[in-house]
Design a protein around this ligand. Structure first.
Ligand code: GDP
Ligand code: IMO
Ligand code: MG
Length: 421
């Protein structure tokens, strides 16, 4: 049996914290897409850790963590992250498995990402520059090197062949930076990876499912960054939605049970692209300050705005969300009025659907005004303690979406998560 936990907005919904919390109820935590563009924050013994490649179950001794075939893997980031988790006394060699079909991010992918963004000028995606787009292009273009290839004695020859191809592209894009230092650390990290548990991920996970083990598939990014259903072209290069679990791990759809969607109590986005409820004013600034909204991977300030129920309902639909987790509820403590976007006014016409091409139309959010609770909720432990005004906010969202919030997160700590009821 497989449950899925994923982000419903533009990423950074707090997936890492929630996966870490749920991990003891599962045998395996498996990442199914994305790469080091992800930054999943957890607190272990009151110390902050940001994971980019390793699944967020790694701090639980009895939990197996799998990097699935749908992921793009940067060996250098992985090595660095292994060193970080080891400093917490975690024996990563015991619990971390990597699928042999996982595609590798090469130093030239990072260079190509940078060159491509430079050429875009004002139309920049605002990519994390981790090489994600070029690595997925090599996967669908059928050129990529995969983790299983590491064990092949021709690995270096294959690498040089692909590098030459990339160099021609880089030359045509006038990219002139010297990346030899990146290559040195890449080969060092490749050597490190050869000692890992490299497995046939699809047999590995299906065998475990057949034995009755419980799997939690951990999403990266968010549904509005999905390459098909997000705000294209301002998206990432993978399927971030629940369908990505089947292709990203090799599990059949009938095995998927719960789809847990994570949403902030408001909304953020980092990088370029449409964001109908964005607040370019003092309220947006306050959300960023109180919510400490700065990217976990790049440190960039996140754009902030009110919760967008039109986009959330769309995300619930394409994912088949069965329950919701609402994070960062405590960030709204300071606000007397809360706006909730219930429709879009698209070129003068009101609608409750997400337009196919959000970049080419003018979208004005239509808001419903709800009361704020104006109370510190961060120390509350039980649903009965939460202010009635917050319960009204939660019920309004539940009703609009037709899916219930089952947990409310009221702080970054592991213990700050309240079952809703
Ligand atoms: P992810 O990418 O979805 O895992 O989310 P990030 O880690 O990028 O960003 C979420 C940020 O919010 C992190 O700094 C978390 O520590 C923090 N966070 C998570 N849940 C809560 C919450 O309920 N309240 C507050 N104040 N912070 C939270
Ligand atoms: P987590 O897993 C927020 C954004 C980038 C950029 C766009 C494309 O922490 O939620 P890419 O590097 O993927 O080519 O960038 O997607 N982006 C994220 N934004 N959280 C993330 O991951 C993101 N991963 C990518 O800012 O706009
Ligand atoms: Mg993040």
């Amino acid at each position: 049996m497989v449950d899925v936990l994923l982000g419903l907005q533009w990423g950074d919904e707090g997936k890492g914290k929630i996966v870490d919390f749920f991990a003891p109820s599962y045998d395996i935590i498996a990442r199914f897409q994305g790469g080091p563009n992800a930054g999943h924050t957890l607190y272990v013994k009151d110390k902050k850790v940001v994971l980019h490649q390793i699944p967020s179950g790694i701090f639980h001794e009895d939990t197996v963590n799998l990097i699935g075939n749908g992921v793009v893997l940067d060996a250098v980031t992985l090595k660095r992250e292994c060193e970080t988790v080891a400093s917490f006394g975690v024996d990563y060699a015991k619990n971390l498995y990597i699928s042999e079909r996982t595609n590798l991010i090469l130093p030239t992918h990072r260079a190509l990402d940078k060159a491509s963004e430079n050429l875009k000028g004002n139309d920049k995606i605002g990519s994390t520059l981790k090489g994600i787009g070029p690595a997925y292009m090599d996967k669908t273009g059928r050129n990529a090197l995969r983790v299983g290839d590491l064990l092949d004695k021709n690995f270096t020859t294959q690498y040089i062949k692909l590098r030459l191809k990339h160099q021609k592209l880089l030359d045509s894009m006038h990219f002139q930076e010297d990346i030899s230092a990146w290559e040195d650390e890449f080969f060092e990290a490749i050597e490190f990876m050869r000692r890992f548990k490299i497995v046939n991920g699809e047999y590995f996970i299906n065998d475990k499912i057949a034995q009755g083990k419980k799997v939690l598939a951990e999403g990266a990014q968010g549904s509005m960054l999905d390459v098909d259903f997000g705000t294209f072209p301002f998206v990432t290069s993978s399927n971030t939605i629940s369908a990505g679990v089947c292709t990203g791990l090799g599990v059949p759809p009938q095995k998927i049970k719960e789809v847990i969607g994570v949403t902030k109590a408001y909304c953020t986005r980092v990088g370029g692209g449409p964001f109908p409820t964005e607040l370019n004013d003092a309220t947006g600034e306050e959300l960023r300050k109180i919510g400490n909204e700065f990217g976990a991977t790049t440190g960039r300030p996140r754009r902030c705005g009110w919760i967008d129920l039109v986009a959330l309902k769309f995300a619930c639909m394409v994912n088949g969300v069965t329950q919701l987790v609402m994070t960062k509820a405590d960030v709204l403590d300071a606000f007397s009025d809360l706006q909730v976007c219930t429709a879009y006014n698209v070129n003068g016409k009101e609608q409750q659907q997400v337009p196919y091409q959000m970049t080419k139309v003018n979208i004005e959010p239509v808001y419903k005004l709800l009361k704020g609770w104006n109370k510190d909720v961060s120390k509350m432990k039980d649903y009965s303690e939460l202010p009635d005004v917050m319960k009204t906010y939660v019920s309004y969202i539940n009703e609009y979406l037709g899916v219930n919030i089952t947990y409310i997160s009221n702080g970054p700590g592991r213990e700050q998560l309240i079952p809703a009821k």
